[in-house]
Design a protein around this ligand. Structure first.
Ligand code: LFR
Length: 462
């Protein structure tokens, strides 16, 4: 994505798009990270010329480098099964309560800490001298320089959200060598310049600086939530729905742990207090199983299906792994004594109702646990294109929803680069620019909110 930023303008254009296809090999589910890097080079070439580059991606996953700086194998996908049963082993050394109090991170089987524990006896880890999170790995290949960007580092479960530094005690107790990590970098820090070979491969004229941005895509997306003031909740929708609040300090209470809220780090000293919900992954996996029918048609069918006939718990880690998604959703409905959706339209409706319900719960829980009330819910990311999901979310939350921008992560990324160049000011300044320049759609809540409570009761009974 190419961003153009002026005093009163902010435009994104797509230079190049390429698929990110995980590959299953005998040892498990892996990322084709060389394919991704090749896509990045093609993308840079397609830009013609840029003044700066920033990289963000999904969180928690990493590549390992040997003593020569060469990548040791394909990075493991966070949906790989290697972390099954690992958390219990970690908690035997550091109880879950203590881990939360120290790191503020929700339990997710794929947190880097559990991945590293799962890999403990592997030959790869034994040979590794450096660990780079995915965006940091791409930045290393582009520049030759290594760092660990803070917002993404906060998803490893090895960072203390109060000090915004490594959690040395937790790492030591779990036998995790923090020397594997390159020094921490803050969004806005310089991250080197494109190497001569990269300039040659892309046809760009150097020097082209690489700027550290909120390299966790969700950190960049939250930075691009076009909110005014503090009384807002956000939902970053895409493969995941990340639902929560922007806070000035972490919430590390036992209730917060029990509700599985995470305290990831954001820009300018903020905390992203949020819950991971399975998100449109549920639908993506069904669409894949159905042979990739056109989404518009499915949503039209879904809109005709009566509301809230059956719902599933969209926060349930049982939906994490790929495969058999329509069947797994049907099984969950059957198990909770609800009508079993059959047609693609019915299953799509069940997914959208379930997501809206999970959004409602997360928005309500976050406000209560953080003592931070909101007046509006902002939806950013791919789900903003799904008008039915936006309306259902407004109805379920009983709050107005402002949807947009769609490419929030790219915009947040660009804003941090523009800021490093002195083109925009702080977070609030960037958000004002977004409000003036981006297309936003407002959805008012409709219908009786009580029906959402009934649906919720069905899940807790099931
Ligand atoms: C979204 C995201 C989430 C993270 C998940 C796994 O793309 O980055 O924030 O929990 O992917 O990395």
């Amino acid at each position: 994505m190419v961003g153009r930023v002026g005093p009163d303008s902010l435009e994104l254009t797509e230079a190049h798009r390429f698929p990110n296809r995980p590959v299953r090999v005998p040892e498990g589910l892996r990322w084709d990270v060389l394919g991704l890097y090749a896509g990045v080079l093609d993308g840079l070439k397609a830009t013609g010329q840029v003044a700066s580059v920033g990289i963000d991606s999904w969180a928690v996953d990493y590549g390992l480098l040997d003593a020569d700086g060469a990548l040791l194998g394909n990075p493991v996908h966070y949906r790989d099964a290697r972390t099954e049963g690992v958390a219990e082993k970690v908690w035997a050394t550091v109880p879950a309560e203590e881990l939360y109090a120290a790191t503020g991170l929700q339990y997710a089987p794929f947190n880097t800490l559990y991945q590293l524990t799962a890999a403990r006896a592997s030959a790869q880890l034994a040979h590794a001298r450096r660990l780079l999170l995915i965006p940091d790995l791409l930045a290393y290949w582009l520049t030759g320089e290594q760092g660990t960007e803070l917002t993404n580092a906060s998803t490893t479960q090895l960072i203390d959200p109060r000090t915004r530094d490594w959690s040395y005690d937790i790492a030591a107790r779990l036998g995790i060598d923090l020397d594997l990590f390159a020094p921490l970098r803050q969004p806005g820090d310089p991250a080197g310049v494109l190497r001569a070979e990269v300039l040659e491969a892309t046809g760009l004229a150097g020097p082209v600086p690489v700027t550290t941005v909120g390299s966790h895509d969700t950190a960049s997306a939250v930075a691009a939530v076009p909110a005014a003031g503090e009384r807002f909740a956000y939902i970053c929708t895409g493969t995941w729905s990340l639902v929560g609040l922007e806070l000035g300090a972490p919430v590390l209470s036992e209730e917060s742990r029990a509700a599985n809220f995470t305290n990831e780090l954001g820009l300018d000293g903020t905390v992203r207090y949020l819950r991971n919900i399975m998100g449109l992954w549920l639908l993506q996996e069904c669409v894949r199983a159905w042979g990739e029918p056109e989404l518009g048609g499915l949503l039209l069918e879904a809109a005709k299906v009566p509301a809230l006939r059956s719902v599933v718990d969209a926060g349930d880690a049982a939906f994490l792994a790929p495969g058999r998604m329509p069947e797994r959703i049907a099984e969950a409905c059957r198990a909770s004594g609800q009508p079993v959706p059959g047609s693609p339209g019915e299953i799509t409706r069940c997914i959208l109702d379930s997501l809206a319900l999970a959004h409602r719960r997360a928005v309500a829980d976050a406000q209560r646990l953080a003592g931070h009330p909101v007046d509006v819910v902002h939806i950013v990311g791919g789900g903003t294109r799904n008008a039915l999901l936006c309306q259902l979310t407004a109805d379920a939350c009983g709050l107005p929803v402002v949807a947009g921008p769609t490419e929030a992560a790219a915009l947040g990324n660009v804003l941090v680069q523009a800021r490093a160049d002195g083109l925009v000011g702080d977070l609030a300044d960037g958000r004002r620019l977004l409000t003036r320049t981006q297309a936003l759609t407002r959805y008012e809540p409709q219908g009786d909110p009580a029906r959402w409570l009934d649906a919720e009761a069905r899940l807790t009974r099931g």
